[in-house]
Write a protein that binds this ligand. Structure first.
Ligand code: GLP
Length: 239
């Protein structure tokens, strides 16, 4: 696992965007795995600027990590809405090439199985972007005694509901469930970058850098992956 400590959020966002842009230039029809949350927003703004300056996303295909369940794609708190407004609508990507789990699927298990199959049929993810929860979750793989390999329906941890309630009118409105790529779905990506910013990510980043794998800090499973780079700012890094 490589570590890149940046002096602040802007530098972290720029350096992460540079990594994504290199992958897109080297392989114009690459497959990106994308994340939501407030952390990657700066990176997405950089990618929008790069696209205005010629970075070509017309052949890129994307698969997002997770989606609330149940939720309508038109709900401003859905991850589909987030991605359309913060990235996809501004980079000239073909909407048909952007994939998110369907937060309205009547059969969530079938939806999840089809999602993993579609990623595999497409050739697999070249670069997976991850954030990290304050409790060490990746996607919505919450700390637990055991972690699920494949994409699946999961219940959100109380601390995640609390953390994400800042985007909703109240915590009562936060969906209690989500569809998320599983640990193995994430680990199949050829390359992974994880972004972390701010003091509330310090414990999770410290735990990750300790080098001890535990399902009570799901991001530590990434220690088994051969090509992971952690981009964090100084606040998230306890040096
Ligand atoms: C959310 C998402 C994660 C994200 C994390 C951190 O619940 N499911 O993919 O990485 O929590 O979010 P933020 O970047 O807003 O701190």
């Amino acid at each position: 696992m490589k570590l890149c400590v940046c002096k602040n959020y802007d530098e972290m966002s720029r350096r992460a965007a540079e990594t994504v842009s290199r992958v897109v230039r080297e392989k114009p029809n690459c497959i990106l795995g994308l994340a939501t949350g407030s952390t990657p927003l700066g990176m997405y703004r950089c990618l929008v600027d790069m696209s205005r300056n010629g970075l070509d996303f017309s052949e890129v295909r994307t698969y997002n990590l997770d989606e609330y369940y149940p939720i309508k794609p038109t709900n401003p708190q859905s991850y589909r809405y987030f991605m359309d407004h913060n990235l996809f609508g501004q980079i000239g990507i073909d909407p048909d090439n952007t994939h998110l789990l369907n937060g309205e699927a009547s059969d969530p298990a079938a939806e999840c199985a089809a999602y993993d199959a579609a990623i595999e049929a497409d050739g697999g993810i070249d670069l997976q972007v991850l954030g990290i929860g304050g409790n060490g979750h990746i996607g919505f793989n919450e700390p637990a005694e055991g972690l699920i390999c494949e994409t699946h329906l999961t219940a959100l941890a109380e601390s995640t509901i609390e953390a994400n309630s800042r985007f909703f009118q109240s915590s009562a409105e936060v969906p209690r469930h989500a569809l998320t790529m599983g640990i193995q779905s994430i680990m199949r990506a050829r390359r992974i970058i994880l972004l972390a910013s701010g003091q509330n990510k310090r414990d999770a980043i410290t735990g990750l850098l300790n080098g001890r794998i535990t399902t009570s800090l799901p991001a530590t499973l990434l220690l088994l992956h051969p090509d992971v780079t952690v981009f964090c700012d100084e606040e998230a890094y306890r040096g």
